[in-house]
Ligand binder design. Structure first.
Ligand code: 5AD
Ligand code: SF4
Length: 440
């Protein structure tokens, strides 16, 4: 979502004469967009601000002024502290204030600005749409936020405090944004939300619309070949959404469905309000609707009170599901969350060891998933040149990176590729040819 938000910040500033550049030494305005989900992410900000201080001084010695801004969830949670600890910062603003950016930047030339209120208005009503040239530059795949915030209050998580309550954008606004992206060459859209499958935005008649219905609407947009969505909560996986995985050709066979832990005791204490059995049943149901679906997940090890037995239950659950990929983390106590105050914090060395064991298993599963692709023919959305000259690459329906020999002229198309090798991080393939001629 921060990638999406960053693009929207750029879109907000472009009409005011700003241009997004890659050489930071020439930037008059530098915005650091931050994440507060785990401790490391906010530590990174303060070390980055040290670098910004040097850069600002260097530019100053050449008579150039530099404005430094901090955006995102660290700004939201620790705005005052950032202002105090880092005098180099000119403006601080939370995730719900991006639409006020031009005004804030103007003001920041004269005084330090902090805006971490949750405004009454909806930022999406004010953010300008992306210019066609910007969309083209950003490539063939795009993110689109449809839902933001969360009311679930998992006891480890800061999101409900930093992003605010759950809100869904109206269907019409999403369709318009998707059409704008497609007009700029986008062929694959990933719908975003902290709890995306809880989406319930109003349609044109004021009726609450499910994510499944929204996907059906989006699938009607000509030129929009692929749809994905992330991140989902098991409790919001409605029957119509499961069915959509079988019914909608555009909906890719990949689902990120975090479970966090395989122990019912820990799930309860995490306030996940589902059991491991319920999750496993759900996966079974989804696989019935779309047998080849790739399942991905998130895991936290070392949540307070997690015993060896609880951890083994997570290992068992992973073995039962068989993940194509996954993200796993050591529990990181976040200020203001109930988890941080719980007794029985798990000692760091235990967390480290459990994470290592978990990741060995998840890596094995990823290796196996990729190796099983060898011999299959699959449509690949070709979106870039490969690292090796003469090669081009793209993404499989299962979100794997695929590379193969081919002409850069094919970039932008979806072609059938036969997979000839696979390792943990990518697949190697070849263009499907008939009698030595490419199949068009
Ligand atoms: N500690 C470790 N991991 C966390 N996540 C969220 N909060 C924490 C935390 N305090 C992980 C969860 C979530 C993903 C986005 O980040 O697994 O699904
Ligand atoms: Fe955080 Fe996701 Fe739980 Fe919401 S559902 S509190 S975003 S982990």
């Amino acid at each position: 979502m921060n990638v999406y938000d960053t693009n929207r910040m750029i879109d907000a500033l472009v009409p005011h004469g700003y241009e997004n550049i890659s050489d930071i030494e020439n930037a008059d305005l530098i915005l650091l967009n931050t994440c507060h989900i785990r401790e490391k992410a906010s530590e990174k900000l303060f070390s980055e601000l040290g670098r910004m201080k040097e850069l600002k001084e260097r530019r100053k010695s050449n008579d150039k002024e530099t404005l430094i801004g901090v955006a995102g969830c660290v700004a939201q949670a620790q705005g005052e502290e950032i202002m105090k600890r880092a005098p180099v910062v000119n403006l601080v603003f939370g995730p719900q204030s991006y639409h006020r950016l031009p005004e804030m930047v103007k003001k920041a030339n004269d005084e330090r600005v902090i805006d971490t209120q949750f405004p009454k208005e909806d930022k999406f009503d004010f953010l300008p749409k992306a210019k066609k040239s910007s969309t083209i530059k950003r490539g063939l795949t795009a993110f689109l936020t449809v839902q933001e915030g969360c009311d679930k209050f998992c006891t480890f998580c800061v999101v409900p405090y930093t992003r605010g309550v759950e809100q869904s954008r109206p269907v019409a606004a999403i369709i318009a944004e998707a059409k704008n992206l497609v007009a700029g060459g986008v062929r694959e859209i990933t719908l975003l939300g902290q709890n995306v499958n809880a989406y319930h935005g109003e349609n044109e008649h004021g009726v609450a619309t499910s994510l499944a219905k929204l996907l059906h609407r989006l699938a009607q947009i000509e030129g929009l070949e692929r749809l994905r969505y992330t991140t989902s909560h098991p409790n919001d996986m409605g029957d119509d959404l499961i069915a959509a995985h079988g019914d909608l050709a555009q909906l890719m066979p990949y689902l990120h469905l975090p479970v966090q832990s395989g122990s019912d005791k820990i799930l309860k204490s995490m306030n996940r309000s589902h059991t491991s059995k319920k999750y496993l049943n759900l996966i079974e149901k989804i696989k019935k609707a779309r047998p080849d679906i790739a399942i991905s997940g998130d895991f936290i090890v070392g949540f307070p009170g997690e015993s060896d037995k609880d951890f083994e239950e997570t290992i068992n659950l992973i073995k039962q599901v068989g993940y194509s990929s996954a993200y796993s983390f050591k529990y990181s106590p976040r200020p203001g969350t109930p988890g941080a105050l719980m007794q029985d914090q798990v000692p760091e060395p235990v967390r480290v060891e459990r994470l290592a064991r978990l990741q060995i298993l998840l890596n094995e599963q990823q290796d196996e998933f990729n190796k099983n692709m060898v011999g299959q023919i699959m449509p690949v959305l070709i979106d870039k040149r490969g690292r090796v000259s003469g090669q081009i690459g793209g993404r499989s329906p299962y979100l794997q990176a695929v590379h193969f020999d081919g002409s850069p002229d094919l970039i932008g198309s979806i072609r059938d590729i036969k997979i000839i090798a696979g390792d943990r991080h990518s697949l190697k393939g070849e263009l499907v040819r008939e009698n030595g001629v490419e199949v068009v």
